[in-house]
Design a protein around this ligand. Structure first.
Ligand SMILES: Nc1ncnc2c1ncn2[C@@H]1O[C@H](COP(=O)(O)OP(=O)(O)OP(=O)(O)O)[C@@H](O)[C@H]1O
Ligand SMILES: [Mg+2]
Length: 255
């Protein structure tokens, strides 16, 4: 179980997260949705220990993250929002690095890589440098790296971005299977139809605050069975008159 308790994060004057409280249970596929700049990556980076929240506590299965970072980090497979890293390494060199860092045995590494390289059509590209890859191929390289050590908690920041329909389908199947085995899968996305399809638990963020936290089923049932896209736009979309007037003025000026 992952618990975010009263999490706030400020960058200088900017408050990126305001008093976030969320509990994610084993077996859940938890989707974080929200406009650009809503705070999704900030919440995710706090969970994977890349940044430190300004206030609040994160607990994983009864252990406080700030007191047990190494233990908890070992349990997490993280895919960042930007696959532009380790560009000079080949895919295989990058995966070897991960295997060493996470203490994955040679046998396990071979088994996992065979499975994932075949699934994501990366076998023939394993000896090529990451800088020569397309965006989607880089994304697949980092997804394989994150899943290689067999982590029980998956934290994926916009994982489907750039993936072709086959890879996107396969990743969704892996996510469903992992959650069905009693593990946590947490991801952010702008693809609301994917969130509706996959998530049993959803949180909608707007300007660092949670507008909704609950089951996808309840959210849809409470809104006359409309699509998640329609509900999301009603809740988090442009609402105030000022914002509407500003945007129609922009359209009229052709900006
Ligand atoms: N390193 C940083 N320094 C200063 N401000 C930051 C930093 N990272 C994020 N922010 C600010 O925090 C807010 C939340 O950003 P965040 O990246 O969490 O949004 P997001 O929901 O992931 O957006 P997107 O959908 O575009 O990925 C934004 O206003 C952003 O400008
Ligand atoms: Mg982001």
């Amino acid at each position: 179980m992952i618990e975010l308790k009263n999490i706030s994060k400020t960058y200088g004057m900017k408050q990126a997260l305001k008093n976030i409280n969320v509990t994610i249970k084993p077996g859940e596929i938890f989707g974080l949705i929200g406009h650009n700049g809503a705070g999704k990556s900030t919440a995710i980076k706090s969970l994977v220990s890349i940044i430190e929240p300004s206030e609040g506590e994160i607990w994983v299965d009864g252990e406080q993250l700030s007191e047990n970072r190494l233990n908890i980090k070992k349990r997490i497979g993280y895919v960042s929002d930007s696959p532009d890293m380790f560009l000079r390494l080949t895919a295989a060199e990058y995966w070897n690095l991960i295997a060493v860092a996470y203490d994955v045995s040679e046998e396990e590494k071979t088994k996992q890589l065979k499975k994932f390289m075949e699934l994501f059509d990366m076998t023939e590209h394993q000896s090529e440098v990451i800088s020569s890859f397309s965006h989607g191929m880089r994304q697949k390289t980092f997804i394989i790296g994150a899943l290689l050590p067999n982590p029980d908690i998956w934290i994926l920041d916009e994982p489907m971005t750039g993936l072709d329909p086959q890879a996107s389908f396969d990743l969704k199947e892996l996510m469903k299977q992992h959650a069905a085995e009693g593990n946590i899968v947490l991801f952010s996305t702008h693809a609301l139809e994917i969130a509706q399809q996959l998530c049993n638990h959803i949180a909608i963020l707007k300007k660092g605050e949670i507008l909704y936290d609950g089951t996808t089923q309840d959210l849809i049932a409470q809104n006359e069975n409309e699509s998640l896209e329609t509900i999301y736009l009603k809740l988090a979309g442009r609402q105030s008159k000022v914002e509407e007037n500003e945007s129609s003025a922009l359209f009229e000026r052709g900006e």
